[in-house]
Design a protein. Structure first.
Lengths: 114, 112
């Protein structure tokens, strides 16, 4: 069953703690992306990666970090430096073989900072 | 950078009424994609438009790309409760990586 998985679905964190969100895909996609969605708003790009061991900052990268050690995996760490981390985090993947490729999204992780 | 403005922000309709959401850009777009996000869910790709004046249909959904490639619309005929959700347009940015910039979305509510 091909797709993208994210875990956990819900995550609670105390202020000052780092937390890592998991994202795995078995679609053999080269590119992976992390977005943040706040209530009633669109999606904003945090980081993206086109190839293993390489990634680039998106529009709102401050306070976040990523790694891409395997093609299938693109974990996101929300650090204590992120001032307002409570949000819905969505991971996506997509191909790079055509000029324009759609993205496939995982089910998301809802992070709440207590 | 390139941005798309999406209107309206919200739309309430009675079941059976039509619905339209619009995306507008001040610059010429190379493409536009449309996604649907059900309440509590994740965005799901609906369609991509690339050609000037392009019109594509998916059952009750009609997608249009303007002649000048600066605007796009999604029209739903005879809405059903299954159409409830937020509809986003998105454009692929230049610079590689197939990065998407999303519109702010139109939240559709359908009442019986």
């Amino acid at each position: 069953d091909g797709g993208i998985t994210q875990s956990p679905k819900y995550l609670f964190r105390k202020e000052g703690q780092n937390v890592t969100l998991s994202c795995e895909q078995n679609l053999n996609h080269d590119a992976m992306y992390w977005y943040r969605q706040d209530p009633g708003q669109g999606l904003r790009l945090i980081y993206y990666s086109q190839i293993v061991n390489d990634f680039q900052k998106g529009d709102i990268a401050e306070g976040y970090s990523v790694s891409r050690e395997k093609k299938e995996s693109f974990p996101l760490t929300v650090t204590s430096a992120q001032k307002n981390p409570t949000a819905f985090y969505l991971c996506a993947s997509g191909g790079l073989t055509r000029p324009y490729n759609e993205q496939f999204f995982g089910p998301g992780t809802r992070l709440t900072v207590l | 950078g390139q941005q798309v403005m999406q209107i309206p922000q919200y739309q309430h309709v009675q079941e059976g009424e039509d619905f339209t959401t619009y995306c507008n850009s001040s610059t010429t777009l190379s493409n536009i994609q449309w996604y649907k996000q059900r309440p509590g869910g994740h965005p799901v790709f609906l369609i991509q438009l690339v050609k000037s004046g392009e019109v594509k249909k998916q059952k009750r959904l009609t997608f249009q790309f303007g002649e000048a490639k600066k605007n796009s619309s999604l029209h739903i005929t005879a809405t059903q409760t299954t159409d409830v959700g937020t509809y986003f347009c998105a454009i692929i940015l230049t610079g590689g990586g197939n990065k998407l910039t999303f519109g702010t979305g139109t939240q559709l509510k359908v009442e019986l």
